[in-house]
Design a protein around this ligand. Structure first.
Ligand SMILES: [Zn+2]
Length: 51
């Protein structure tokens, strides 16, 4: 679990060192915000939340 501002993201998929993190409201609210990390560095981020 990582936190960006007041949003929390949980790990969804791991391949090698790459991890996909989705907003914790992905399931409950359909929020599509997510980010990717590689070796603990953020490489891509969609911080557009629907809530
Ligand atoms: Zn969200």
């Amino acid at each position: 679990m990582i936190r960006i501002g007041h949003y929390k993201f949980s790990a969804h998929r791991v391949r090698d060192l790459k991890v996909r993190w989705c907003c914790s409201s992905h399931m409950s609210k359909g929020c599509r915000a997510c980010l990717y990390t590689y070796d603990d560095q953020i490489i891509k981020m969609n911080n557009d939340h629907s809530h």
